[in-house]
Structures are given as C-alpha cells and as structure tokens.
Design a protein around this ligand. Structure first.
Ligand code: SAH
Ligand code: SF4
Length: 357
C-alpha cells in the first residue's frame, strides 16, 4: 500500500492520533517513545483486533506505558453524535469528526449478515442532482482513520464480535474514487487478518463513474468489488442528472467496465436509481439490459428516496415490478433495494402480474 499516515512528531506540541495508523506509523510512534518495536504489534492488535477505544483498556501493555500513551498520544475514533433507528432494523448514525464535520454511516443487520454503509468524504463534488450529499458540495476527504473508524465505532456500538463477518459498502457520503488513496489505506486496515479481518470480497466500492479512478482501482490487489451508479440510459439524461457523464459518457464507462479485471465469478453491480418520469421508462429498462449484458454484471434497482428540495419522485410500485421483470426476462440478474439499503431479491416476482413488457 502506498499510503501511510505521516510519522507522528512526538514533542511537537500536538499529540498524534493512533487511531487509523498502520503498523509503520505505530512503529515510528513507539520508537519516538523509546519503547521496543514489538510494542507496535501490541498497539495494532489492541486497536484493530480488540477494537479498544481507550488506553486504559490496553491490558496487553504495561501500566507505565499506558499512562504515557494517555498523556502523549490520542486515541480518537469518529464518535456517534446521533442515531436514528429505522423500522426496517437499520440504524443511521451521524458521526462527529474532530474538526466538527459530520458524516453518516448506516448499520443494516439483515438476514445472516450485517452490512455497514460508509462515507468516504464530507460532502461530495460530483453534484448529482437527485442526491442530498451532492447538493451540499465537497468539504474535505476523510482520513483512513475516519473511514476505518466508522466500522470500528459501529461494530462496537452494535456489539459485534471480532470475527463476525460483515459486508461493507462505500455508498454513504462522498465519491470514493475521489479519495482512493485514503479509501485503500482504510481497506488495508479493514481487511488485514491480524486486524479487523473483513474479507475483501465483502467490501464494495460504489462510484458515479470516474473512468480514471476505475482504471486505477483495477490495478490494486486485493481490492474492493465495484459498483457503478448508472442511473440513466442515455447520455442526454445521464448528463442532465450526473455532471460526471459530460467527462465520461456511457460508451466510455461501458468500455472501462468491460476492461476491469474481474476474478472468476465476480460481477460488477449496476446501481440504477429510479426517478419517476425521468429514468423509469420501459425503454430505459431495455437499454439498461443492453448495457448490463456487455460485461459480467448484476443490476440493483433503487427506488428514489425522496428528500426536500430535490424535485424528483419515486416510481410507482407497479413500474418497479415491470422493470424488474423486463430485466429478468432479458437474462439480467436484478434485485430491488427497499428502504435504507435493503436488497430484496424476491421482490420482483410479487409485482409482475399483468405487466405488459
Ligand atoms: N458517490 C458514490 C457512492 C455514494 S452514493 C456513488 O454515487 O456511487 C450511493 C448510491 O446512492 C448511488 O448509487 C446513488 O446513485 C444513490 N443515491 C443517491 N441519492 C439517492 C436518493 N435520493 N435515492 C436513492 N438513491 C440515491
Ligand atoms: Fe451523491 Fe454519489 Fe453523486 Fe456524490 S457521486 S453526488 S454521493 S450520488
């Protein structure tokens, strides 16, 4: 991994934050404290394996070292400022960052596995017109510690054990390919078997379609799985709701996705937000099927989640069912995301009766 947090400067007045440091950073930290190098491994284990959040919990260290850390080194993860539990079992958390900025993460315990939805930036620069985050503009990138910290904090808050499998999706605030270095540094911490031990296959990065970023991501090994927010099937419509399409149009995207090096059995997820009267025509469904069949993929239909001032409306249930059935009839694997992040693969079947495809 190319990215590493700058070596902390002990004695510079500002106390470094250990939360989010990789092993090299922790080694520099313990060297600065005049401690023996193996302490770095113990710190790493306490931070990422045990997910301890206070120095007093680090019972694998001597009392003297603990109190030294207490004085000289911070241990600060994003803190939950506010939590909104939803009827569907998920909980949306607002995280307060050290500079006062806020981001969102969602804990979704569905079926046998929990999925955590993560933010990668404060705000977003991409300006998609249907997206609440897009309307706020970009404030800054999250650090690796702030990205991995959303996972640490949510796993602790919901009482998950160290090796309980979870899925992670970068589908919260921000465009992860605009902050790829920090996302991949967090990915290294999250997937390290000696640390949080989350399988790379269970991590999905969703992008609005930055082709250069997609190409870069394809060069990492291991890397997260890829999801693309397609959201429209003609360049005219896509450019009108997603400005990124003016830089890389649908053809450029399809080529980049086709060239993306997939593992055997791996598929690219195509997210498709359904906006009533804008992107939910049956003709869109036909074009979406054509796009999806150009490379190994599966389609996730997302009924628009209304928010104030957006000017868009969700599709009718009947239309969701019709599109679902249309895609399935053309050999495309399709699921529908219900409410906050929930995928109900079986939802199509109930809705297709009488659909005229
Ligand atoms: N920036 C990345 C990841 C975050 S957005 C991306 O765009 O892919 C995650 C998903 O939420 C995207 O597929 C986006 O199209 C979708 N989305 C944004 N606003 C939405 C809304 N109001 N209702 C439903 N889906 C929305
Ligand atoms: Fe929203 Fe994603 Fe578009 Fe950013 S790229 S504005 S987060 S949909």
């Amino acid at each position: 991994m190319s990215w590493e947090q700058p070596a902390p400067e002990l004695g510079s007045g500002e106390r470094p934050n250990a939360a989010g440091m990789g092993l090299p950073g922790l080694k520099a930290l313990v060297a600065g404290l005049g401690e023996s190098p193996f302490r770095a491994g113990q710190l790493y284990q306490g931070l990422y394996r045990m997910r301890w959040t206070e120095w007093s919990a680090f019972t694998n260290l001597s009392k003297a070292l603990r109190s030294r850390l207490e004085r000289e080194v911070r241990l600060h993860w994003p803190a939950i400022q506010d939590s909104a539990p939803s009827q569907d079992g998920s909980t949306k958390h607002a995280f307060l960052l050290e500079d006062g900025a806020q981001v969102e993460g969602v804990h979704m315990p569905y079926g046998s596995r929990t999925t955590l939805c993560l933010s990668s930036q404060v705000g977003c620069a991409m300006g998609c017109t249907f997206c609440a985050t897009g309307l706020m503009g970009i404030k800054r990138n999250l650090t690796p510690g702030e990205i991995a910290g959303q996972v640490v904090t949510m796993l602790n808050a919901h009482g998950h054990g160290p090796d309980e499998g979870v899925n992670l999706v970068f589908m919260g605030m921000g465009e992860p390919l605009h902050n790829l270095d920090h996302v991949m540094a967090a990915f290294a911490l999250l997937t390290d078997p000696a640390g949080l031990n989350i399988s790379p296959r269970r991590i999905t990065l969703s992008t609005s379609g930055l082709v250069t970023g997609i190409q870069r991501l394809g060069g990492f090994k291991p890397r997260p799985r890829l999801a693309l927010s397609l959201n429209a099937t003609t360049d005219a419509y896509r450019s009108s709701i997603m400005p990124v399409n003016r830089a890389w149009n649908l053809e450029a995207l399809a080529r980049a996705l086709d060239a993306f090096p997939l593992e055997s059995g791996e598929r690219i997820t195509l997210e498709y937000v359904l906006l009533r009267g804008v992107t939910d025509a049956l003709e869109d469904g036909r074009r979406l099927a054509d796009f999806a069949r150009r490379f190994p993929s599966k389609v996730n239909l997302i009924p628009f989640n209304p928010h104030e001032g957006s000017g868009f409306e969700p599709p009718t249930e009947a239309r969701v069912g019709e599109l679902c059935a249309l895609l399935a009839s053309r050999g495309v694997t399709v699921s529908v995301r219900r409410s906050r992040g929930q995928d109900v693969a079986g939802a199509c079947g109930q809705l297709v009766k009488g659909a005229n495809l």
